[in-house]
Design a protein around this ligand. Sequence first.
Ligand SMILES: *Cc1c(COP(=O)(O)O)cnc(C)c1O
Length: 385
Amino acid sequence: MAPRALARVNLAAIERNCARLRRELDEATTLCAVVKADGYGHGAVPSARAALAGGASWLAVATAHEAAELRRAGLGGPILVMGALSGEEIGTALDAGADIVAWRAGFVARLAEHAAQRQATGPRPAGPDQVRVHVKLDTGMGRLGTRDPREASAVLDAAASSPGLAPAGAMTHFATADEPNDAFFGEQLGRFCEWVSEVKERHPGVLVHAANSAATLRDAAAHFDMVRCGIAVYGLDPLNADPAARALEPALELRSWVADVKPCVAGQSAGYGRRFIAERDTTLGVLPIGYGDGWRRALTNNADALIGGRRYPQVGTVSMDNVIVDLGPEPSVHPGEEAVLIGPDGGEQITAEEVARRLATINYEVTCGLLPRVPRAYHRDGEPA
Ligand SMILES: *Cc1c(COP(=O)(O)O)cnc(C)c1O
């Protein structure tokens, strides 16, 4: 019997998505797989291994603890921590031998102090001898980083002149790569190119990187030395459209099972607040999955489930632990049958993109939102992983 709710992750799909992204790139361009937020809900460590097997050679995360988790699992190779770091988190990131992003000279000075302390107390457990620093220029995202290219250059110079530190990367991040006809993408790219030509003169060895998944698929001019792909690695579409149209293969399926089937007479209600009242005699099935699993309450009267290859509407309020499906007056569904909430079944399919549209959000939030109560089961095209 299947557990109440289960996320099945096909590691072979992650591998193929990475190979597909690699084919988009020149030989000289490196693929960095972004496995932050527990691999967008897919599980960071198994996803990272599959991405590396598929042709990625770098990993990126948002936090120092995410980098530490990858190292604890025995993953070597370069890891980039992209997010802001508190003092304590700097220590964790350095213990993990991760590359670090800086955007102010003051932060570089703090990094240098940490590096010096470490030199005094012995070698770091993992990674290169020097702390490798990537400097981020804010070309228009308006989030982390300085907007001033001179300041960004000065931060790289500071890394170059600090003992224990090495300038390793020059980067930016796009705000509108997923909006196909938006001119702002080109403006950001232009600003970045201008800065990069100057950076390359002073620090020819630095790795230049800018593109997320959308930018990688959109414009080879944004590839530079490395691309940082997250969403596409998992086979989800960066534009929240059909992944198959861009030859991406969703790796995650969300399943539950039919725990009970019972008749519902016209006029009877189901669920909290009686937000479903049967207009005709019908049959209801109960699936033991709810918002306590990350199946959001905003999907109330606004989602489907696939059972036996057929689509049925979910009805009534999503509870913490259960949802209800309307199986119709003459159901062919029996208790114990599997129900698919995300994924294919027969000729039907429910994508994370469909769920996202129903929630007025993006696919990223759907898979990241699956809670730890849902076990992840790994396989390779149906074979044990
Ligand atoms: C999350 C993130 C990425 C990956 O973006 P996707 O759209 O998932 O490919 C790349 N770069 C930075 C700085 C990020 O924060």
